[in-house]
Write a protein that binds this ligand. Structure first.
Ligand code: FES
Ligand code: FES
Length: 385
C-alpha cells in the first residue's frame, strides 16, 4: 500500500492504494466516482475514459504505480453538472447521443480532450479521435455522437449558442420525431445515471461478491466438479453448484416459439451434465470481495469429457453432428420461407451480374459493453429480493 494525492476534478484527494490497483478501481470504489464505467476492463471500449494530466486515458489499464503524485484527473463529474452543463452535455442531449447512456461518460470526456486540443475539428477528425481512443457505442451508430461534438465545438467557438442546441417545445405540442430529450438525458450526460455495477459500489460492507466458474471449452460431458480447493481460498464463504439449485435446474423463456423442436427447457441454471457453450456457468463462488471470489473461481476443477465443438451453425447442422442437447435436434427451429417468382431467368441472363456464395454471421446482435450485474438481499420479512 502507498498513499498518493490525486487532484480529481480540481480537488486534491489523498488516497491509500495498492500500486497494483487500477486507476478506475480507485476512482469508482474508493472515490465513488461512478461516472467512470467499466465495460471490458481491458482497454478496448473506452467506457472508463478520463483525462489524466491532460491526456485522454483509459483508466482500466493504468496501474496506480504509473500515476504520478498530484496527477490531475478529470472525470465527467468535473466537466459539468445538471445546473451547469457543458456545451458537450447539452449537445449530447440535443442530438439524442445518450441512448442507453453507458458509453456517454467515456465519450464526453474523450470529446472534451479532443476539443481542448483541437477547437475546430472536422467530422473526420472526430471519428478518428474516437477510433484512436477506443470509444465504442452499442446503440447510436455514431452519427449522433459526431453531430454532438460538432455542435458543441461550434458553441465553444462562439459560432452557435446553447439556445441553438436546446430543445424547444413545438407550438402544437407534438413531439413525435422532434429532438425532445429523453427524461433520463440529464442524468446520463452528467454521470449521475446509475447502472448495475454502480449500485454494487454502494452495497453495505458485509455484502458477498459472486464470481462464476465458467467452462473454457465449447462442448463436453461433465464427469465431476471439484470445489474443495476453491472452498479453502481466502475470503470464500460458499461455492455453489447445480446440486444447490432447489427445484428444477432449468430456465426457459428465451426460446418459446410454438413450433420449435425442443420443450424450451434446454438451459440449465448451473450446468450439470453437459457444457453446451464456452463460458457456461458450472459453479458460483461467494466471497468477501470480488477479487477473492474471482481468484477462487479459478480453483474450481472440472472433470470433462470433451465432445466435438461446433463453432458455426452449418457445422452443428451437418448430418453427422451429434445432438448438442441430447434428445433435441440441432436444427431447432425452421422458419417459414416465402418464395417469390422463379429467379432462374434472371440468373441465366448474361446481362446480369450474378455473385453466388454462402454468407454466415455471428448471432451476437450488438456490442456488449455493459457488464451483466445482479444483486439480492433478504428483506425484513425474510424474503429474498
Ligand atoms: S476500455 Fe476501460 S473498461 Fe473498456
Ligand atoms: S448510448 Fe452508447 S452504448 Fe448505449
Amino acid at each position: 500500500m502507498e498513499t498518493k494525492t490525486l487532484v480529481v476534478n480540481g480537488i486534491p484527494r489523498r488516497v491509500m492504494v495498492s500500486p497494483d490497483a487500477t486507476l478506475v478501481d480507485v476512482l469508482r470504489n474508493q472515490l465513488q466516482l461512478t461516472s467512470v464505467k467499466v465495460g471490458c476492463g481491458q482497454g478496448q471500449c473506452g467506457a472508463c475514459t478520463v483525462i489524466l494530466d491532460g491526456k485522454v486515458t483509459r483508466a482500466c489499464i493504468v496501474k496506480m504505480r504509473r500515476v504520478p503524485e498530484n496527477a490531475a484527473v478529470t472525470t465527467l463529474e468535473g466537466i459539468g453538472t445538471p445546473d451547469n452543463l457543458h456545451p458537450l452535455q447539452v449537445s449530447w442531449m440535443y442530438h439524442g447521443a445518450a441512448q442507453c447512456g453507458f458509453c456517454t461518460p467515456g465519450f464526453i470526456v474523450s470529446a472534451k480532450g479532443l476539443l481542448d486540443s483541437n477547437p475546430n475539428p472536422s467530422r473526420e477528425d472526430v471519428r478518428d479521435w474516437f477510433q484512436k481512443h477506443h470509444n465504442v457505442c452499442r446503440c447510436t451508430g455514431y452519427i449522433p455522437l459526431v453531430d454532438a461534438v460538432m455542435d458543441a465545438a461550434a458553441v465553444l467557438r462562439g459560432e452557435k449558442t446553447l439556445d441553438d442546441i436546446t430543445f424547444k417545445m413545438p407550438a402544437d405540442g407534438r413531439v413525435f420525431g422532434s429532438r425532445l430529450p429523453r427524461p433520463s438525458a440529464v442524468a446520463k450526460v452528467t454521470g449521475l445515471a446509475e447502472y448495475g455495477a454502480d449500485a454494487a459500489v454502494h452495497m453495505p460492507p458485509e455484502t458477498l461478491h459472486l464470481a462464476l466458474a465458467q467452462a473454457k471449452v465449447s462442448h463436453a460431458n461433465i464427469k465431476g466438479i471439484d470445489t474443495s480447493e476453491a472452498e479453502k481460498m481466502p475470503g470464500v464463504v460458499r461455492v455453489l453448484t447445480h446440486k444447490d439449485v432447489k427445484g428444477k435446474n432449468r430456465i426457459t423463456g428465451l426460446i418459446t416459439f410454438a413450433d420449435n423442436k425442443g420443450d424450451g427447457w434446454d438451459r440449465p441454471i448451473l450446468n450439470d451434465t453437459k457444457v453446451f457453450q464456452y463460458g457456461d456457468a458450472l459453479a458460483i463462488v461467494c466471497a468477501d470481495s470480488e477479487e477473492h471470489a474471482r481468484a477462487a473461481a479459478e480453483k474450481v476443477k472440472f472433470d470433462l469429457e470433451l465432445l466435438p465443438e461446433y463453432m458455426s451453425a452449418p457445422e452443428a447442422m451437418a448430418p453427422d453432428a451429434i445432438e448438442i442437447h441430447p434428445g433435441t435436434p440441432n436444427i431447432y427451429y425452421e422458419p417459414h420461407i416465402e418464395k417469390g417468382e422463379d429467379t432462374k431467368p434472371y440468373f441465366d441472363d448474361p446481362n446480369n451480374v450474378v455473385v453466388e456464395d454462402s454468407f454466415y454471421t455471428q448471432r451476437q446482435p450488438h456490442l456488449n459493453i455493459e457488464p451483466d450485474v445482479g444483486y439480492g438481499y433478504l428483506n425484513e420479512e425474510g424474503k429474498l429480493v
